[in-house]
Design a protein around this ligand. Structure first.
Ligand SMILES: *Cc1c(COP(=O)(O)O)cnc(C)c1O
Length: 395
């Protein structure tokens, strides 16, 4: 009897506890409320699957087409034995390597868990509740997202067609403006504004407004009138340039980004940042990747060839492809039922090809596609051809 009781007792207690905690949970669920200003964000979920099994051709996230540099993979495997240690950015040598490559000052580089972390930090550091941060109409979604999370108010400046309008940004500046976000080149439009226009923007802003130049796709741009932002950081006390290893360097899964900024801004961001948000493998992979010039050259020439080829083929199918300076582009689909962007998206997804819908940007008639391997691009143009009831065009 005693034994039975003893055997039973823990179980009984367990049951009772679960019950209590269940009741408590129900209670807290109703009592617990997130900040009212963020409730609109809670629905967000990144779309990285087609919902089907089997390998997916993912052209929805502007990732590297060729996979990471083999040197980056080697570098990561070499540091695996150190995984009991906390990462040390300072001893990784990555800031010095970046500084050498770009001719900049290593002390003014701040790393983040992706440049997304740096976008969030800038908002947390420079926005009082109710302060405004301007972003552009078809600008990167993280800008209004991070602004809102930090308690700020996102303000939208209309684009001029698919290109950023400096005049419209300047028109939106008010007494509470603290940050202007400019992705240059911009995602999802693939367009850029030249150096002169960035200069005109900086000149038109008050000194207490921080200009954040997000140059995530800078490496892909080969135009003489383009400036990635370094010269603006050097010349001003209120400009931050953001870069990422997620795109050309094909390390999106490692989460590594960096910003170049004035000393004061770097000190502020270091002050509020989680000290270990960049991992040991990310630091090692980043270092190997930027030192692998052959990989960079191969990726760039692959990208150029495939952007041209795919744009031409989609054009031959009667679709309008937006010119791009990046590794992705927008394609416009007809408004007719059976040929719409939404239906093409679904048709491709059923065949495990993942493109990006643009409804969230107010562009439901468009799909965004990033450059993949040659085979992937052939498959996608043939799939789009089949969707439109046309013969394969990849040959
Ligand atoms: C992909 C992208 C980033 C980079 O994000 P990570 O967090 O570094 O992966 C930043 N800005 C824009 C505009 C992008 O498209």
């Amino acid at each position: 009897m005693a034994l039975a009781w003893r055997l039973c007792f823990p179980a009984c207690r367990l049951i009772k506890r679960t019950k209590i905690s269940k009741d408590r949970k129900t209670e807290t669920m109703t009592a617990l409320k997130p900040r009212a200003s963020i409730t609109s964000l809670i629905r967000y979920k990144p779309n990285l699957t087609t919902g089907r099994s089997g390998p997916v051709i993912r052209l929805s996230a502007n990732e590297g087409a060729l996979g990471p540099s083999p040197n980056a993979i080697d570098a990561m495997s070499r540091v695996m034995g150190e995984m009991h240690r906390y990462p040390s950015v300072d001893s990784s040598g990555l800031a010095e390597a970046i500084a050498r490559k770009h001719g900049i000052d290593a002390d003014r580089i701040v790393f983040g868990c992706g440049s997304d972390e740096l976008i969030s930090l800038v908002c947390q550091a420079y926005l009082e509740p109710g302060d405004e941060a301007i972003h552009t109409q078809y600008g990167f979604v993280m800008f209004p997202h991070a602004t809102t999370v930090a308690g700020g108010v996102p303000v939208v400046a209309a684009d001029n067609g698919f290109t950023v309008s400096v005049d419209n940004i300047l028109d939106k500046v008010g007494p509470r403006t603290r940050i202007v976000f400019l992705a240059n080149p911009n995602n999802p439009t693939g367009t850029y504004i030249p150096r002169d226009e960035v200069q005109r923007l900086r000149d038109g802003l008050r000194d207490d407004i921080l200009l954040v130049l997000d140059a995530a796709y800078a490496e892909f741009v080969s135009r003489n009138d383009y400036a990635d932002g370094i010269e603006f950081v050097e010349a001003n006390e209120n400009v931050v340039m953001l870069r990422t290893f997620s795109k050309l360097y094909a390390l999106a899964g490692m989460r590594l980004g960096w910003g170049y900024m004035p000393h004061d801004v770097a000190a502020v961001l270091h002050g509020i940042k989680a000290p270990f948000s960049v991992s040991i493998p990310a630091l090692a992979a980043g270092l190997a990747a930027i030192e692998d010039q052959a990989f960079e050259d191969r990726s760039l020439s692959h990208n150029r060839v495939m952007v041209d080829w795919t744009s031409q083929k989609l054009g031959e199918l009667g679709l309008e492809v937006c010119p791009t300076v990046t590794n992705f582009f927008l394609t416009r689909f007809p408004d007719e039922q059976g040929r719409t962007a939404g239906e093409c998206y679904a048709y491709c997804a059923e065949r495990n090809i993942l493109l990006r819908q643009m409804d969230a940007y107010g562009l439901p008639g468009y799909l965004r596609m990033s450059v993949g391997t040659e085979e992937e691009m052939q498959l996608v143009v043939d799939t789009v051809a089949a969707f439109l009831g046309q013969e394969p065009v990849s040959a």
